[in-house]
Design a protein around this ligand. Structure first.
Ligand code: AMP
Ligand code: GLY
Length: 412
């Protein structure tokens, strides 16, 4: 079996590692991949969706898995399906549940999904008028994809007005900010649930927790994720029941009624407040860095899971009774300006964890940093402490100039 995996971060490495255990896979292509995927497969340079389609035809790819949101929202699944290529992921229409926050909020409101109260605006003047009547903090979201930067929690009217001005008038995110969603601020803690859909039903994985802020104690700016754990120790059975009843089941019903049924991954970004579990967003794909802790816990063969979904079969997902911890090691300065191109050394000294490269590539025989989130260190343990100890011990020998990471991942 020949696979094509679209993506390049730590999530692509986690997929590569999980799939490398599968003897029926004879070849894995990664577009564009990183240093881990180059070791386990072959990296290719294509990123354009039609070029990827042509590559898949020419190279007799049996199955394509898409990691990031951009190609999904652009319609990669539709293009692959037109030429009968097997691909796991949402159609362009279903991907707009991630690509358009106004579309997804309307969907949540229509199907009674538990979510923050919100109003959608196309008009700057109306949005500005509305803000005068609101309490703060308030959450302002650019409707379209803005590389994870399109959500602002405005502390007062001045910041809120500045934000809608940036989004709708200055258009700092281009067309993504033409429409905005203004919603109630929810206080609580976040949890991530990833599931797979077979077109009829969603089968959820165990929960995960993503550490989004750059600094210890959740201080500093938002990032693409500084670490993760699974299962999330904060997310109880009661929260899960709330999620299934008030979020997952009505989502399944809405997908059917809207004709958005798809076969692929779906990610629920949740906020747990004193009034229960709320849906903040859908991502129509695997999360990063959640995937890095979920796949090592998943006992099922991943290609079997995907093929069963594609064939509309029922799934019986099984997870190891362990805790998984992922520490993200970053370039100094991330998520703001940072330098790359530094050699990474000491990986061979890692004993009890797996190193997954994210923003790192081979230059000859050396591996050098190429991005903000450079590599992930992942370990399993019977307890969070055991897994945590392994990743922090193994982080010590792994070095590159100006590397940094949070000290409090999985510290409960
Ligand atoms: P989203 O892309 O919609 O999940 O928003 C990105 C991040 O903004 C979330 O992970 C939360 O940390 C925060 N956020 C989004 N919506 C809300 C809300 N209604 N209340 C509080 N925080 C929010
Ligand atoms: N961890 C959230 C995401 O993948 O967007």
């Amino acid at each position: 079996m020949r696979l094509l995996i679209v993506g390049n971060g730590g999530r692509a490495s986690a997929l590569a590692l999980k799939l490398s255990e599968d003897s029926k896979i004879t070849k894995m292509f990664f577009a564009p991949g990183n240093a881990t995927t180059e070791k386990l497969g072959e990296n290719i340079n294509e990123t354009d969706i039609l070029a990827l389609r042509d590559f898949a035809i020419k190279n007799k790819v049996d199955l394509t898995i898409v990691g990031p949101e951009a190609p999904l929202v652009e319609g990669i699944v539709d293009e692959f399906k037109k030429v009968d290529l097997k691909v796991f992921g949402p159609t362009k229409k279903a991907a707009s549940l991630e690509g358009s926050k106004s579309f997804s909020k309307k969907f949540m409101q229509t199907y009674g999904i538990k979510t923050a109260k919100a109003v959608i605006f196309d008009s700057y003047v109306e949005a500005k008028e509305y803000l005068q009547t609101q309490e703060f903090p308030i959450v302002i979201k650019a409707s379209g994809l803005a590389g994870g930067k399109g959500v602002v929690i405005a502390e007062d009217l001045e910041e809120a007005e500045g934000t809608i001005h940036d989004f709708m008038i200055k258009r700092i995110f281009g067309d993504a900010g033409i429409q905005v969603v203004i919603e109630e601020f929810l206080q609580g803690f976040e949890a991530s649930i990833i599931g797979v859909s077979n077109g009829e039903k969603i089968f959820p994985f165990v929960s995960a927790k993503d550490y989004k802020k750059a600094g210890n104690g959740d201080k500093g700016p938002n990032t693409g994720g500084m670490g993760s754990v699974a299962p999330s120790p904060e997310f109880t059975d009661a929260h899960n029941q709330d999620f299934i009843q008030n979020i997952m089941n009505p989502t399944v019903e809405g997908l059917k009624k809207e004709g958005l049924n798809f076969k692929g991954f779906i990610f629920f970004g949740l906020m747990i407040t004193k009034n229960g579990t709320y849906l903040l967003e859908y991502n129509m794909r695997l999360g990063d860095p959640e995937t890095q802790v979920l796949l090592p816990l998943l006992e099922n063969n991943l290609v079997d899971v995907i093929e069963d979904c594609l064939n509309g079969k029922e799934l019986d997902l099984k997870f190891k009774d362990k805790k998984a911890v992922c520490l993200v090691v970053c370039s100094g300065g991330y998520p703001k300006n940072h330098e790359t191109g530094y050699e990474i050394t000491g990986v061979e000294k890692v004993k009890n964890s797996k190193v997954l490269y994210a923003g790192a590539d081979y230059r000859g025989s050396r591996v050098v940093s190429t991005g903000g989130r450079v590599l992930n260190i992942v370990a399993l343990g019977d307890t969070y402490d055991e897994a945590r100890k392994k990743v922090y011990e193994d982080a010590v020998p792994v070095q590159f100039d100006y590397a940094f990471y949070r000290d409090d991942i999985a510290k409960f």
